[in-house]
Write a protein that binds this ligand. Structure first.
Ligand SMILES: C[S@@+](CC[C@H](N)C(=O)[O-])C[C@H]1O[C@@H](n2cnc3c(N)ncnc32)[C@H](O)[C@@H]1O
Length: 257
């Protein structure tokens, strides 16, 4: 699955505002213990680096990893100080982890399969890595102005989120909770917190793109016959008084202190 840099740029300010401050602070404290290297999985254009680096007490060496060469090129252009690596996260055994090193990811694990997450957690627990996984979509979308089809549309959208996104059947809305469950089962210490998108009239472009993504996904499922009515209502409401909240979960999993 590919992601446009335009979409990533549109969501970046909201992701930044949504990040859970307690989880981010716990990661910053942990990272200060060294080694001073962070591997960012599915880096896109480098949003995690931009979000996290200002909160770290000490400078670190960033390794930005992604499969998409165009996004990686943009990440390298924006962050010449960082190292970039093109790699496929499906090959968890080949990830360039260093013992006790730190791993970050944002808006990634809802795309991933349970198998991939299990393999990653197994590596974390044997190699003593901390993982800070932010912005895992949790299946909740709430509009302040209700429409009778909201429940049906969201149900179909969440089903679509569990289709293969390049890793086999995706965890979709279960990603954050599963990540935490598997990490705890492996004996890791978990810190978790919500990271909600709160969209209002000032996020009209993002709202339109998000709605278009929902409409495309739900159309593919064929589950909501009157989808056009819902879509027309939602599009016309963008820019008005209403708000839209999208749920995410941030997870920090690390060896027991
Ligand atoms: C939703 S984007 C998030 C990007 C970035 N972390 C951010 O927050 O802006 C998911 C990222 O995962 C990358 N990705 C998807 N499948 C991948 C795979 N198999 N191996 C490596 N990267 C992958 C995509 O190219 C994309 O950059």
């Amino acid at each position: 699955m590919s992601f446009s840099s335009d979409w990533l740029a549109l969501r970046e300010p909201l992701d930044l505002a949504a990040r859970n401050p307690e989880v981010r602070t716990a990661f910053a404290i942990r990272s200060a213990q060294g080694p001073h290297r962070i591997l960012d999985l599915g880096c896109g254009t480098g949003a995690s680096l931009r979000a996290i680096a200002p909160h770290l007490p000490l400078p670190v060496h960033w390794v930005l990893a992604d499969l998409d060469p165009h996004l990686l090129q943009e990440a390298a252009r924006r962050h010449p100080e960082a190292e970039t690596q093109r790699l496929d996260l499906n090959d968890v055994a080949a990830l360039p982890l260093v013992e006790g090193g730190h791993i970050t990811a944002s808006a990634l694990f809802d795309l991933c399969s349970e198998e991939m997450v299990q393999a990653l957690i197994a590596r974390l627990s044997t190699e003593g890595n901390a993982l800070y996984a932010a912005l895992n979509y949790d299946g909740r979308v709430h509009w302040s102005e209700a429409h009778p089809l909201d429940g049906a549309v969201l149900g179909a959208f969440n089903l679509h989120q569990q289709r293969d996104k390049g890793f086999g059947p995706a965890l979709g809305p279960r990603a954050g909770a599963e990540l935490a469950r598997l990490a705890e089962a492996a004996g890791l210490h978990v810190v978790r917190g919500e990271s909600l998108w709160r969209m209002d009239a000032s996020h009209a472009d993002l709202q339109r793109a998000f709605l278009q993504g929902m409409q495309d996904a739900v159309t593919e499922t064929g589950e909501v016959p009157d989808l056009q009515d819902w879509f027309a209502f939602r599009q016309s409401a963008v820019g008005g008084q209403g708000t839209c909240i999208v749920g995410h979960l941030d997870i920090l999993a690390m060896p027991q202190p």
